[in-house]
Design a protein around this ligand. Sequence first.
Ligand code: NIG
Ligand code: FE
Length: 417
Amino acid sequence: MKTLKLIGPITQILTMDHLPLKGALKDEQLEILENAGILIEGGKILEVGNFESLKAKAKTLGAELIELIGDHLAVPGFVDCHTHICFGGSRARDFAMRNSGKTYLEIADSGGGIWDTVTQTRILSLDELTEKTIQNANRHLAQGVTTIEVKSGYGLSVEEELKMLRAINKANDSTSADLIPTCLAAHMKPRDFTGSNSEYLDEISEQLFLILKYEKLTNRIDAFVERSAFSPEEIKPYFQKAKDSGFDLTVHADQFNPGGSEIAILFGANSADHLEASTEKEISLLANSEVIAVALPGASLGLGCAFTPARKILDRGGALAIASDWNPGSAPMGDLLSQASILATFEKLSTAEVLAGITFRAAAALGLEDRGRLKAGSLSDFCLFPTSDFQEILYHQGTMKPVQVWKKGEKILDKRF
Ligand code: NIG
Ligand code: FE
């Protein structure tokens, strides 16, 4: 039998319902329910509405009442649609070198960069890597992030990429957060591969794709389209094979040079992520496409470079999600709400735009329609903040954390105890 529970009274619920997937949003468009409750049945929301009416209904249905005392604000559980939280080691040395003015090449030549993390990830066993992924996922979950995309990309051989994706899937079984695995074998050509970029991609697509399908490890393929990684021309045949095999696509695009977002549009990718170097041309193309633009302020903060032109993307009518890019190199902070709040101050984003970017718009970037809004039929994933005013959330720039996190109908964090 499924458990019925009524949670309330909640001072304000931001449902994020009735908001469009694309374009700019004003805070006046937010649906705010006051003195409200959330009636859940198992992992799904049965109804969101006035607390007193729901209380009467709950009584008739025999639902358990989870009574809240004091002010609470409910928002959908956050969705982080771009992370690299499955990794070994640390890149603190890279970070210090970059802050002391060393260039990307100098850092790579001294043993840093993505390859360093590949080396430190390869030495871990499947179980060790699984454990690290669970720890990172649980830290995110405690901050209200109930769905987390997790990329491979620090294995960079058929066997090591498989180890990473198996670890992410195993971690998914041991954390309450939903982990959405993505294969990023096309992160860079590994230093120990003697052939060309295209030969590496051929090997991956010929040997890895079938196993990913067979073991149901992921249905998502990502690639880093960049001068230091793979060119648009090198990625085209790789993406064509991935698409023909039925994978969804996503792209690390326009991070330092434009080019990747056009590939994302050409192949109908779910999302184009980064976009710090997108020009007017890419911004317009993206805004007129169905591809979700994903801003990664954590990478801008980690590298000390420009933010994704979020304001322009929204004003031209694009769909904008915001993700943490949590990784050991360019984005070590791993705090989605802080990063999204900081992006808001620099890009002049409304609260509605920021919250949409880390809820239903981020869910759409993962092809998920069952979460990101608090409405009947959606997953009962939500967090409660200790405030009576939704504007307090971004005002605290991420330092106000949820006091309760609910995932699929279970309270998995309660700060009062
Ligand atoms: O999204 N841009 C490429 N990949 C990661 C960085 C990975 C790393 O430096 O380890 C990113 O920023
Ligand atoms: Fe990334």
